[in-house]
Structure formats: C-alpha cells, structure tokens
Ligand binder design. Sequence first.
Ligand code: OGA
Ligand code: ZN
Ligand code: ZN
Length: 394
Amino acid sequence: MTTAVSMTNDHSAPSRVAMGELTRYDDAPLLTDIAANGQGVFLTWADDSQASLPYLWLRDHCACSECRHATTRERLYIPRADVDAPQDVSLERGHLHVIWADGHESVFDGGWLHQRRPGTRSQDQVPERQPWTNGFSPERIGHAAFVNGPEGECAWLEALLRDGLVMLDGGPIADEEVSRLAERIGPMRPTNFGARFDVRSKPNPNNAAYTAIGLALHTDLPNWRQPPDIQLLYCLENEAEGGESIFADGFAAANALRDQAPEAFRILSETTIDFRFQDDTQDIGIRAPIIELDADGRVVEIRFNNWIRDTLQLPAHEIAPWYAAYQAFWQLVHAPEQQIEFALAPGEMIAFDNRRVLHGRRAFDPNTGRRHLQGTYLDRDMLESRLRVLTRQG
Ligand code: OGA
Ligand code: ZN
Ligand code: ZN
C-alpha cells in the first residue's frame, strides 16, 4: 500500500500537542515540510534542520492514551520488529499526523520531534563535569538564596554537578539544618553510619572521622558497591585549633597521573583490591579498582580511602608495582597545587561529589574548643532530578 501525504499550508502559530512530556518543547522551530517513503518520514523545520524518522520509531512513540498512560506518562505500547507503512501521513499546523495501516491514529508535536531528532541529545539541563583549573575555588551560594527561590538552589545544583564542590554560607546554627536542606533535594541516603551522622571526636570511635586526628584525602565508603554520590557537611561549631577542610579533584589528579606516570595509572585502573569496614555488627566489603574507567577509558570513579583498604591480595610479583603506583597517586593528590584548603565557619555547608572529589581535614586539638559537623549523603539522580524539575518550572 502506498502512503498518502497531505499538507495544510496553514503556518499560523501551532497549538501544542500533548506528548506525555513535562519538559517544555514549545520553543522549537516550526515543522514546515514532510516527505514520506516506504520506511519513514523525512522532516524539515523552519531553521533548515532535517531528520529522517522510521515508522518503527514513530509508532513506538505515539503519545495517545492507548500507547502512553494518561496519568503516569509511562509507555504502554509494546514495540514489534516491523510496522506496516501507514495509510496516511500529513502535516497539519506544524504537527505530524499519521493514520496507521490498522487505523490507529498518532499526532506528533513538531517541536517535540525537533528536540528528539537523531543526532541531538534532548535538551538536558544537567551540566557536564568540568575539571578544576589552577586557582579553583568553589562557588558560594547564600543560604537565603538557596531556600527562597529556585535561582539559588539551581545555581547550587549546577555548581555541584559541574565542579563536584560547592559552598553554602550564611546558614543558621541549627541542629538538623543539613537534613532540612538535603530533603529539599531528595531522601537522605542511609549507610552503616546512619542517614545523618555527627562528625566530632567521640569516645570509642568506629571511624577515623570520629577522632581528632588529621584525615588524609579520601572518598567515603569505597567499601560499598555503590558509594554515596554526594556528601553534605554542615558546620555547627568549629572553635578548635586546626580542623581545616581539604579537597582535591580526584578526576583531575587521575588524569594527571595518566600523563605523568602511565604505568601507575594503568595499575590503579586495572588492578582490583579489597576495601572493607568491620565493626561488631557490620562487615561490608567489595573488590574494585582505585581508578575506575568507562568503556571509552574516561575516569568515572575514584575509590581512595587508606583506612578501609583491606588485606592486599595480589600475586607476589604484582605487589611492589602496586605499592609504587599507590604511592605515586598518593603524592600527586596530596601535592599542594592539587589541593584547596579552608576552614569551615559555623553556618557553612560544603557539598561534594564523593565519587570524584577527595576530601580530608587537618588534625584539631579538642582541648582548644569544640568542632562539630553534621553530615548526610544524597544520590546524584536526585540532584539531577531536582535541577530538571526546577528548570521546567522556571
Ligand atoms: C567524614 C570526614 C571531614 C571533617 O566524616 O567522612 O571526612 O572535616 N570528615 O571532619
Ligand atoms: Zn497511540
Ligand atoms: Zn570522609
């Protein structure tokens, strides 16, 4: 059967077609021309962009209430491996209308199609990660701006996703403020230290953070299959001498290691080692590399925490090269030019990407005053979600 193609020449501003999609798609150029063939439709928009969309794809993306649930917006249609050419394809007021061989009808918003044309990523608001450059210091967002409107919160989310580190300042000295701020974004991610933890020196500590000793740079909980993505540390008291916070961009450091000591980089990214936490009630461990790469060889995660590195179980001939590689990376991340350092003031909250940015602190003297931070963790998915929701409301 041949497909009829018709067009109305009405170029008045189109109304939108409901596509079961909450992200806005109303600022795209007008769909001005269509040409159908046996496989699909060739589309042209007013900005001269063009796309070829197979019938298979179009049928799968029908947004009618039979194909997409009207309330949940979830897909109901189950795709098949092929679709008969439609009876009719037409362009009406900037939108693509299709009458399928079985009589089912679909309407596709021209702007929605433009956003999704092959070769373009849909217009996601989530920023790409950017490595720190010389002189980097974290963006500062005021607590009032964060809580009083979407701009401050969006700026905070964007900086955290982009730089892996952002400072909030001017907050109240209030117990649990960290939980209230976290819960605007998403549920707090619980771990064996609880959903919310207090960092101060404690009797019988089960963790180096709960002492007054200095903490070399590390990531938290690399002994978990999925370590927490984002850490928030809210300062309530910081009167003690010492206790300054230190940070380093672990991805930038790993990439520097790749340039300066490729063999060390190869060993740390290819060799899995054991990480483990044990106390009276928990024994949580996993074997993983220190530097994790994706399929394209890009650094995607750093697991670096010397306290909870477990027994090094490697063949004898791999042991000395592994320690040499570890030492090289240790020295690189602790080099002054890789680090930034500052003292947290009460009412400040530092947030960081725990799977990218290494954190630590200088030793403090608990006899000179109190130091008390409250912390929690969040999933990155919740940050990205919050940013998309705030953006589409704006
Ligand atoms: C931690 C930690 C840093 C600090 O609790 O994981 O690293 O400044 N704390 O006490
Ligand atoms: Zn449908
Ligand atoms: Zn830590």
